[in-house]
Design a protein around this ligand. Structure first.
Ligand SMILES: [Zn+2]
Length: 334
């Protein structure tokens, strides 16, 4: 049995897993029932130690999890912007890294091909794989920030510059937006619909910071200030998703990340806002885009990374386009 490695590199933690390749049926959506890793571990990133130390830690994790066996390929989920063809993290603000040739370094330590993609893109691919082939699928991850991923025809859509799916930086408030985004602009969806935005609204209304557990209790008790803060955040997410949906006409919109953990009270408002802003006349009897909760939780990007490795291995060809002959992202088996 072929063993695959998967890594989800984040600002605070690294998730690592090893998977049996045969459990990951790459061509068949909804066939992914045995997706649980044969081994999984989480450690702190400690990004301040620098890329070399962190990459070495990732290699050690895979070695530990694989035991006496060797991984044949590794998928790596990372925040971006990335150059997936060259295998380079161009800029990861949470890690304070710039221009890190992470694929080359990791390959040198692991001794197997490594394939890199954006964490939200890979989460989108994984969520696609546990559904009945929705086409297109749009994923929003709502945590500290807002991320996005697009799957069209079962493939991650990267765009021309590897920059597609940057949902968080769609402008939703062109004038007078109070908060500057991490990208330097004002009026980005991320400043209106992220966990940070929700926290800001709670602070305005309650006069203090609110933990996730406390928020859940306030919502259960029907606290109007908490409900208002949550639905305002959800409405803004709906505004951004409606803009993306007008462009993409997604079959399904999946909402994941910590804020989506608020469940139906949050999702219901998002769904209403998306539908209210689209044109039902264009739905041709198919109904508007489904807006549903992510199914894979915190392991979505990890599983997506395993699927990426599985797909590239199935092609059996060059990886990350280093020989320039093949677009590595057209990786489905024939
Ligand atoms: Zn922005």
């Amino acid at each position: 049995m072929t063993l695959l490695g998967a890594l989800d590199l984040g600002g605070t933690k690294i998730l690592a897993g090893v998977f049996e390749a045969d459990d990951l049926d790459v061509g068949e959506p909804a066939g992914l029932t045995a997706w649980r890793p044969v081994g999984r571990r989480q450690v702190k990133t400690r990004a301040e130690e620098g890329p070399e130390a962190v990459v070495a830690r990732m290699a050690d994790l895979l070695r530990d999890l694989a035991g006496s066996r060797t991984v044949r390929a590794v998928g790596l989920a990372s925040p971006g912007p990335l150059d997936t063809r060259r295998g380079v993290i161009i800029h990861a603000p949470n890690l304070h890294w710039r221009d890190v040739p992470v694929v080359e370094r990791l390959e040198g330590l692991v001794g197997a091909p490594v394939f890199l993609d954006n964490d939200a893109n890979l989460a989108a691919l994984a969520e696609w794989s546990v559904r009945d082939g929705p086409d297109p699928l749009l994923l929003a991850t709502v945590g500290t920030g807002v991320g996005g991923g697009i799957v069209i025809g079962g493939e991650i859509f990267h765009g021309f510059r590897d920059a597609a799916g940057e949902l968080g930086h769609i402008t939703v408030a062109a004038g007078g937006a109070p908060v500057e985004c991490n990208c330097g602009n004002r009026g980005c969806l991320e400043t209106a619909a992220s966990g940070s935005a929700l926290q800001r609204r709670l602070r305005e209304r309650l006069g203090r910071d609110v933990t996730a557990g406390e928020l859940a209790r306030l919502l259960a008790a029907g606290d109007p200030r908490a409900l208002e803060a949550v639905s305002e955040t959800a409405r803004w997410l709906g505004v951004g998703l409606a803009a993306a949906a007008a462009l993409l006409d997604p079959e399904v919109i999946v909402v994941g990340g910590g804020v989506a953990g608020l469940g139906e009270p949050f999702l219901r408002v998002v769904r209403e806002e998306v539908r209210a802003r689209l044109m039902p006349a264009s739905w041709r009897g198919k109904g508007g885009p489904q807006v549903e909760a992510a199914r894979l939780g915190r392991d979505a990007a990890l599983l997506g990374a395993a699927l990426l490795a599985r797909r590239r291995l199935a092609v059996g060809g060059p990886h990350n386009g280093k020989d320039g002959k093949r677009d590595p992202r057209k990786g489905d088996p024939a």
